[in-house]
Design a protein around this ligand. Structure first.
Ligand code: AMP
Length: 270
């Protein structure tokens, strides 16, 4: 595996690579990331993983500082998986001095995480635009866990970069989505979060039923979950998967949630 630390290293290493599969990450790799990598290895000639904790997508400095880092372990995992390239740039290398995002979300797109985390997706789009300019992959692998992220990346960047987007299903442990942020949870909260995930999955399925929906409206569900599990729900929404509009329950929908437990913010969708 080639470890690429600068843009120049990267350009040189992939010069003659066609059909590259690209898995962008922020590191602290877990089985969710690994499933994206394995999907890429099945389909692409060569696979490149990036590890870059992108400062511009953090709306809270403290959250950026606390984001888990495990670069030595990450490299070991990637070597074992026989990944071809890992790109680990510095903030300076990616941004020089220009750290502002040129992307602006429409008002109608400021929903779910975009409503609660100011500038988050603008930062995600900016870094993805820069990474895609460098890597020029044929296939881009993103997780369904960050549903709104893959939706916006596809909407804003597909035309320009012409990647084929492969959405990979969410990998779970005891019903809970794996996430690097889970490392910041106390053991007890991890257990609670697993129970919450199980309950949310059941609620999502019951929501297909009209009578259940009438009896359990969104606000009463939020109250019930907050009281039962002692969490703070940032949003809980049922939305169509095609355009993320509020679901009328006639076409395919998902339950989207963001909540705080142990001061750690978790997101998921079911
Ligand atoms: P991150 O390192 O959290 O920025 O995630 C990098 C990529 O891995 C994103 O495309 C995520 O959606 C994806 N990912 C994160 N967690 C999971 C999971 N539990 N299952 C599948 N994909 C995931």
């Amino acid at each position: 595996m080639k470890i690429l630390k600068t843009k120049d290293d990267l350009k040189e290493a992939i010069l003659n690579c066609k059909h590259l599969g690209f898995v962008p990450t922020m590191g602290s790799l877990h089985k969710g990331h690994i499933s994206l990598i394995k999907n890429s290895q099945k389909k692409s000639n060569k696979t490149i993983v990036s590890i870059f904790i992108n400062p511009t997508q953090f709306n809270d400095k403290d959250d950026y500082k606390k984001y888990p880092k495990n670069i030595i372990r990450d490299i070991q995992i990637l070597k074992k998986l026989r990944v071809n390239f890992v790109f680990i740039p510095t903030v300076k290398d990616i941004y020089k001095n220009k750290i502002n995002s040129k992307f602006k979300l429409k008002k109608s797109e400021k929903i779910l995480c975009a409503n609660k985390r100011k500038g988050h997706f603008e930062g995600v789009l900016e870094v993805m635009d820069r990474l895609l300019n460098l890597v020029k992959p044929k296939f881009l692998y993103l997780g369904e866990k960050d549903f709104q992220q893959q939706y916006l990346i596809n909407k804003y960047l597909h035309k320009k970069h012409k990647f084929k987007l492969i959405i990979c299903k969410t990998i779970r442990h005891n019903k809970m989505a794996l996430s690097s942020r889970n490392l910041n949870l106390k053991k007890k909260s991890l257990k609670t979060a697993q129970l919450i995930a199980g309950e949310l999955s059941r609620i999502k399925n019951k929501y297909k039923n009209y009578n259940f929906r009438i009896k359990n409206n969104k606000l009463s569900l939020i109250k019930y979950l907050e009281n039962k599990y002692l969490i703070k729900i940032e949003y809980l929404d049922f939305r169509n998967i095609k355009n993320l509009s509020i679901s009328k329950f006639k076409t395919k929908f998902k339950l989207f949630i963001a909540y705080y437990i142990d001061n750690v913010r978790l997101i998921d969708n079911f």
